[in-house]
Each structure stands twice: as structure tokens, then as C-alpha cells.
Design a protein around this ligand. Structure first.
Ligand code: T4K
Length: 396
């Protein structure tokens, strides 16, 4: 039984878990299915360059996401970069500051200007704020379906249509989610999913570009392979952004397991919802059923005043227990080097508040329900002892 701060690892007690419990613990698919595909790869001696497993995964993802064109890449960052190249984007690109730093980095590396925008109440790019930052130099908008929830697709679509610029979606978090009954993947000019190991559906490392634009898909296929359209014919500039057969095999095995992984993630999320219900100052993000969120992320907002401790103090206490909660996307793109220097004085209060409040807890389909119960018990204890913990300060 937990009685006071002395029972916490930060104050010298043994931790709840002796090995770290991570956010986004990767799903591990059926090993036998993966090994059988590896045997065939060895037999064929065809390891990469648009191999049969990559082609099969692209076909299966097209069917699963109900989108005509799927182009697999080495990772999502390279995928979004290819889209920028193939659409000839120049000048300024609007993006939310509250997203993974990869997008701002690739825009800057491409010689484009990332223009950081505010979030709405859904934690995603606010169309009204984007409209206010739109100039004649704006050439595209890249919006994130953050934490697997569709962003304001219709509001941003209207904005981009009126401006005559492409709307692109960073769907890194959102595999399997739906907007108005349709799987994400067919919206905007293109959507880019990350298939990194930490994602709901993964290929260890990988990216997926989806589009309804056949000409764009053809260009993307050329550009991901140095621009080669034949063994010695080059049609355009390109890089190496290809997916290997090993990664595609991981994807095929994980795609078979995805419905079960998603159901497990939903059960984990529900266990957190029950386990943390009624806590003052800690609010779990609960996606509406209609969006079919993959429930891969367990996102909590900590209101320091109501909870009695700051989010950072709670993360510190949990980490000491082996519960490796993480603050995302701290400190926000506009406050991160090197982008902060290019945006002196830029203030995005809603984004900054989120960066100071949000914490991810270990979740997803690979998490363990008994461990979730322990994590909730610990958070409830910390909440109930907040004043004593505050007064005890840090051990040592
Ligand atoms: N857009 C968005 C909105 C994104 O979130 C991302 C990637 C991208 C674009 C770009 O996609 P890619 O180009 O990567 O395809 C991780 C991932 O590396 C990154 O892919 C991901 N977002 C981001 C949100 O998370 P870090 O720096 O937080 O990684 P790391 O190593 O700290 O891992 C996160 C957690 O997962 C840790 O608690 C440890 C755990 N973990 C990680 C790995 C790799 C495991 O348990 N097993 C593992 O194998 O960026």
C-alpha cells in the first residue's frame, strides 16, 4: 500500500517497474509469418528496388485505405519531401507548430519557409489562424491529424481551394482513422503516413504517401528512385527514398495483425479512461467513436493548478517509477532550434499551453492491461498526495 511520498521511487522507494514501460511500444507481428516471407526473399535474391513485397503491400494498403494510389517510402519525412519536390512547392508553407519537428526541418532544408500556426481546440491546425498567416508567398499547407484524430479537413480544404494552393496532410499518427466514414488517405492532394516502429501500423522504418492523383503518384515513384524510369534512363531528379523488402514484409505481417492490434489499443485506452476517471486536473483525450481513431496514443493534459503538481513534475515522478511518460511536442516548432531564431518574438499561446500540459502515457496495442492498472494506481496516488509531494521537494 502507498501511504506517502516516501513510497515513491523519486524519494528512494523501489520503482513500480524495474525496466522502462515506454510510450508507443511497437507491435511485434507473428514471427513465423515474417520468417516465411524472409525465406522467399532469400530465395529470390531481390531485397529492394520496388520488389514484389513492396508492390503487394502497396496493393493491400490501397484496398485497406480505399485510396487509388499508395507509394511506400523509406520514412515519412522523405515521403513528404518527395511530395514537396513533385508539386514544385516554393516560398512559404503553413504548418502547425504543435507537431513533430521533422516537417519544419524538411521545409527548411528544402529552402522553404515554415510558417508556424496555432492549434484549435482539437490540438490540430486552426483554419482561422492559418487564414490570417496566408500571404501571396504561401504555396502549400501541411496539416497534421494529430494523435490519430482527423484535423479540420473541410475548413482547411475551403481555405486552400480559395487560395489555389495544395493541402497536404501529415497522417503519421492516423492509420486506420476515418473522416465522414472514409478512411484517411484520400483527402487533400496527398497524405503521408509514418510507418516508424512507434506507429499504430509499422514497417520498422517506413513511410506511405497516399493520393487520388495518378500523375502525382507516377512522379513520386520516379523521384523515390533517383528519377529512373528504366535501367539507364533518368527522367527527373530524385533521391533514394525506397522501401526494402524486409520492411515491406514487416508491414504485411503487421497489416494482418492490425485489427487485433487496434482492438487491444482500444481496450488499453478504455482501461486508462476507467482508471483515471474523476481525477481533478488530469484530462484524458477521448476520441469520438465515429472517427475510428486507432487509440494508439494515450494523451493526457495536466492542469498544474488543479492537479497540484506540474506536468513536468508528474513526468519526473512517473519516470522514476519506470513509467516513461513523455511530453510531446515540447517545446513546439516555433520555440525549437533552429526555427526559434527565424521566428523571434512569435507567440502562439494555445500551442505553448499544450506543450506545457500534454503528456503521453504508455499505451497502444502492445501495452499490458495489468501494467495500465498499476500506472493508473500510481497516478491516482500521486494526485492524492500532491500537496505532500510538493512539500517534500526532491530527495537528496
Ligand atoms: N509527423 C509526425 C506527426 C510524426 O509523429 C512523425 C514521427 C513524423 C511526421 C515523421 O515520421 P518518420 O519520418 O519518422 O517516419 C519518435 C519516432 O522516431 C518518430 O518517428 C515519431 N514521429 C515520433 C513521434 O516519435 P522520438 O524521438 O520521440 O523517438 P524515441 O526513440 O524516443 O521513441 C519514442 C518512444 O518509443 C520511446 O518511449 C521508446 C519507444 N520505442 C522506440 C523504438 C524506436 C520502443 O519501445 N521501441 C522502439 O523500437 O521520435
Amino acid at each position: 500500500p502507498l501511504t506517502g511520498p516516501e513510497d515513491l521511487a523519486l524519494f528512494g522507494a523501489p520503482p513500480v517497474f524495474d525496466t522502462p514501460r515506454h510510450v508507443n511500444r511497437p507491435a511485434a507481428p507473428d514471427r513465423a509469418a515474417f520468417d516465411a516471407m524472409m525465406d522467399a526473399v532469400w530465395e529470390r535474391r531481390w531485397f529492394t528496388n520496388d520488389g514484389p513485397l513492396v508492390q503487394e503491400l502497396e496493393r493491400r494498403l490501397s484496398a485497406f485505405l480505399d485510396v487509388p494510389h499508395c507509394v511506400l517510402t523509406s520514412n515519412a519525412t522523405a515521403g513528404l519531401d518527395l511530395v514537396m519536390q513533385c508539386l514544385g512547392i516554393r516560398g512559404e508553407v503553413l504548418l502547425p507548430s504543435y507537431t513533430f519537428i521533422s516537417t519544419a526541418h524538411l521545409l527548411a532544408l528544402r529552402g522553404l519557409t515554415p510558417v508556424f500556426c496555432e492549434v484549435g481546440t482539437d490540438m490540430a491546425l486552426d483554419p482561422a489562424d492559418a487564414a490570417a498567416r496566408l500571404t501571396e508567398r504561401t504555396d502549400a499547407v501541411v496539416a497534421t491529424h494529430v494523435w490519430g484524430s482527423p484535423c479540420d479537413i473541410d475548413g482547411l480544404g475551403a481555405l486552400c481551394d480559395a487560395a489555389g494552393i495544395p493541402l497536404l496532410f501529415d497522417a503519421a499518427h492516423a492509420f486506420g482513422a476515418r473522416h465522414q466514414g472514409h478512411p484517411l488517405g484520400r483527402f487533400g492532394r496527398a497524405e503521408v503516413f509514418s510507418l516508424h516502429a512507434t506507429k499504430a501500423f509499422h514497417t520498422c522504418e517506413g513511410g506511405l504517401i497516399t493520393t487520388c492523383d495518378a500523375a502525382l503518384a507516377d512522379q513520386l515513384r520516379l523521384a523515390r528512385n533517383f528519377g529512373f524510369s528504366g535501367s539507364d534512363r533518368v527522367d527527373c531528379t530524385g533521391v533514394n527514398a525506397k522501401m526494402s523488402e524486409l520492411h515491406a514484409a514487416m508491414g504485411l505481417a503487421n497489416l494482418d495483425a492490425f485489427p487485433a492490434t487496434r482492438a487491444a489499443a482500444r481496450a488499453v485506452h478504455a482501461a486508462y479512461r476507467d482508471g483515471l476517471a474523476g481525477l481533478t486536473g488530469l484530462r484524458l483525450k477521448c476520441p469520438p467513436a465515429a472517427e475510428d481513431n486507432n487509440h494508439h496514443y494515450v494523451v493526457a493534459e495536466v492542469d498544474a493548478r488543479a492537479f497540484g503538481l506540474t506536468r513536468d513534475r508528474l513526468v519526473e515522478l512517473l519516470t522514476a517509477e519506470g513509467i516513461w511518460a513523455r511530453r510531446y511536442f515540447f517545446p513546439g516548432g516555433h520555440r525549437s532550434p533552429p526555427h526559434a531564431a527565424a521566428n523571434p518574438g512569435l507567440s502562439l499561446p494555445r500551442t505553448e499551453a499544450l506543450c506545457d500540459r500534454v503528456m503521453l502515457l504508455p499505451g497502444g496495442g502492445a501495452a499490458d492491461l495489468a501494467e495500465v492498472a498499476e500506472i493508473c494506481r500510481m497516478i491516482r496516488f500521486v494526485a492524492g498526495s500532491a500537496a505532500a509531494i510538493h512539500n517534500a521537494g526532491k530527495a537528496g
